[in-house]
Design a protein around this ligand. Sequence first.
Ligand SMILES: [Zn+2]
Length: 83
Amino acid sequence: MSSIKKRKPIRMCLSCRQRAVKKTLVRLQQNENEIVSYQGIGRSFYICHECINNEKKIKGLTKRFKQDKERFIKFLKELVKNG
Ligand SMILES: [Zn+2]
C-alpha cells in the first residue's frame, strides 16, 4: 500500500523549460494583450520563481509578450511576494 505514491502535478516553466511541482510555479494567462494571473478559463502557462527573479529572463518575457516592462515586472514581483 505504501508503495503507491501520490504524484504531485508537474508543470513546465515557459521561460527556462524546467519542470517543477505545480504549486511552486506561478500560473499566468494572456488576457487580450496583458499578462495576468490565471483567471480559471482559457489557456494558461507557468513561470517559475527563479525566472521571475532573473532579470534577463524577465526581459525576454517582456519582449516575447510585448508587455509594458515596468508594469510586467511589478506584477510578477507582487505575485512572488504573495506566494
Ligand atoms: Zn523558469
